[in-house]
Design a protein around this ligand. Structure first.
Ligand SMILES: [Cu+2]
Length: 601
């Protein structure tokens, strides 16, 4: 009986949605965009080498979500992976009012189990360029990612002109599976994942197959023919770039063409012209490029690794001037890109990125709380970890959001994590005398609406003369980037230099080697939010913290978020807003797919 009621509920819901969409045909009207995504294992040859990847509806990278400001995005994720859970994070979407849809396994939801479906619902509440990716284990490495492009409503224009809009996903690619990587990282002796085998542009790279059997690596496989961006001479293109690398920091450039940077993480940038753009994992940018060079030939689009000694060849694509053939290789060698270790140039570009005049959101002049996070590599019981203030985070089996909203005790360590480190005595340029760290589930609880400063402090890793870039990403909020500096942060000297005039707002920011980065944000979004290094292996090894604020203001969490840890005992079937919210069984998935196909929704 309950099943019949649900079928009827589904039919009504879909018909209502269709009628609603039909009545609101103009692109200006906010609509509901409904996606049904089947996540499955697929063999892919993205760089010509056959590898087990994770695909959405058969695609790696996954489909692009294109929405208009104000639209509601509904994604039914069907986990057809045979052996593992999945969760998808909508990176850059703040999830105001829907913190349960953030997709962070162990923080906001129980992961989706094989054979089950989970519905993410959220509002695209700001125009800009965003992304999505798995937030379960190391699945991002397996290619479970894609772009979200949110455009302005009709009648509202951008503060810059362009003729066409194109999305470009940048990523790195390993031949070992994410399972092998995770096992190596969790072993004694530690096995580092190493450098990626290839760099991909829109999911295409080109590995040197020589010496490998054609059944394993075949350079004539059309899956790995270079991606192409076709342009018309004289036209200006907005290129939306998203870095979904597992490890690599990149420099992006188009041979002989300059680019104007106009957007970062959904915020307008005071335009500046550059030959190459540094882009770190988790960042998005829009750049304007005018096709104003000799149109009788094609040019290289290239990415190369920076900030780590590269062992990976450049990633290449073809910047194709119409009507030249789109697979015609340019007659020149690809540009080599900047030196990988020109840290000053990378730092200078970070300092150049400011909010666009006329679009500045002024930060509060003072903060209520300052949290300093020393980034170090450590060991715990002989296992290699990454830590903040000597604490390496481990997620509990019960998601924080549910635990806090439902007043569950004993789910995580209630002791607050440290807000600082012994900065007077800690030498950030040396391997620590004692690299041992603690593991903890503790979280930072922030007063709702308070202003919080985060000082990220970099240091030497466990290898002498080595400090790595860490791109830090905050869920649920944007932060103001108040400053970057070299060496150890000094509050009496460096706070005075904060940019309180026109700081850019972002959701992901690099922490440069042996440097510091200062951020400010308002804890004005009720929920529980991750703040973490976007390097997949570092996150896996505990390089994250968790912020809670205003959790008592969070609405009713859908029952579909429950089902793991101590939430198991709380599962009950419920109807929310008249629609079912618990997981669909396989019959319902097929029914839903059939209905959507037939109704052309
Ligand atoms: Cu990191």
């Amino acid at each position: 009986m309950v099943g019949i009621l649900h079928c009827q509920g589904l039919v009504i819901m879909l018909l209502v949605t269709c009628i609603f969409i039909a009545l609101t045909t103009g692109p200006a009207a906010a609509i509901e965009r409904h996606y049904i995504w089947e996540v499955s294992y697929q063999y892919k040859s993205l760089d010509c080498c056959k590898k087990l990847a994770i695909a959405i509806n058969g695609l790696t990278p996954g489909p692009t979500i294109s929405a208009v400001h104000g639209d509601t995005i509904v994604v039914d994720v069907i986990n057809n992976l045979l052996m593992e859970n999945v969760a998808i994070h909508w990176h850059g979407i703040r999830q105001r009012g829907t913190p349960w849809s953030d997709g962070a396994d162990g923080v906001t939801q129980c992961a989706i189990m094989p054979g089950e479906t989970y519905r993410y619902t959220f509002v695209a509440d700001r125009a800009g360029t965003y992304m999505y990716h798995s937030h379960y284990g190391m699945q991002k490495e397996a290619g479970l990612y894609g772009m979200i492009n949110v455009s302005l409503p009709l009648g509202v224009s951008e503060p810059f002109n362009y003729d066409f809009d194109r999305g470009i996903i940048l990523s790195d690619w390993y031949h070992h599976t994410s399972y092998e990587q995770a096992t190596g990282l969790s072993s004694i002796p530690f096995e580092w994942i190493g450098e990626p085998q290839s760099l991909l542009i829109n999911g295409r790279g080109n590995y040197n197959c020589s010496g490998l059997a054609p059944s394993v690596c075949n350079s004539t496989n059309p899956q790995c023919s270079p991606s192409t961006l076709t342009v018309i001479s004289g036209k200006t293109y907005r290129l939306r770039l998203a870095s979904l690398t597992s490890l690599s920091s990149l420099s992006f450039q188009i041979e002989d063409h300059e680019m104007t940077v106009v957007e970062a993480d959904g915020h307008y940038v005071e335009p500046f012209v550059t030959k190459n753009l540094y882009i770190y994992s988790g960042e998005t940018y829009s750049v304007l490029v005018t096709a104003n060079k000799d149109p009788s030939r094609n040019y290289w689009t290239s990415i190369n690794v920076v900030a780590r000694k590269p062992k990976t060849p450049n990633g290449l694509a073809i910047f194709n001037y119409y009507p030249n053939h789109f697979h015609e290789f340019p007659p020149t060698n690809p540009p080599p890109g900047p030196l990988w270790n020109d840290i000053q140039s990378q730092m200078n570009q970070s300092l150049t990125i400011k909010a666009r005049q006329g679009f500045i959101v002024s930060p509060p002049k003072k903060s209520d709380r300052v949290i300093v996070l020393l980034n170090t590599q450590n060991k715990i019981n002989g296992y290699v970890r990454w830590s903040l203030n000597n604490v390496s985070h481990s997620l509990p089996s019960t998601p924080y959001l549910i635990a806090l909203r439902d007043n569950m005790t004993d789910v995580f360590d209630p002791t607050p994590p440290p807000e600082d480190y012994d900065s007077e005595n800690y030498d950030i340029y040396s391997v620590s005398n004692n690299t041992n760290a603690n593991s903890s589930t503790s979280i930072y609880r922030l007063q709702f609406n308070s202003t919080v400063d985060i000082i990220l402090q970099n240091a030497n890793s466990m290898r002498a003369n080595c400090s790595e870039v860490h791109p830090w990403h905050l869920h649920g909020h944007d932060f103001w980037v108040l400053g970057y500096g070299e060496g150890k942060f000094n509050s009496s000297r460096d706070i005075e230099k904060y940019n309180l005039v026109d700081p850019i707002m972002k959701n992901t920011v690099p922490l440069h080697p042996y440097g510091w980065t200062a951020l400010r944000f308002q804890a004005d979004n009720p929920g529980v939010w991750l703040f973490h290094c976007h390097i997949e292996a570092h996150l896996f090894l505990g390089m994250l913290v968790v912020f809670e604020s205003g959790v008592e203001k969070v609405g009713i969490i859908p029952m579909s978020n429950y089902g793991c840890g101590k939430t198991k005992s709380l599962i009950k079937r419920s109807f929310d807003n008249g629609f079912f919210k618990y997981r669909l069984n396989k019959f319902m998935i097929h029914f839903l797919n059939t209905l959507v196909k037939h109704t052309q929704c």
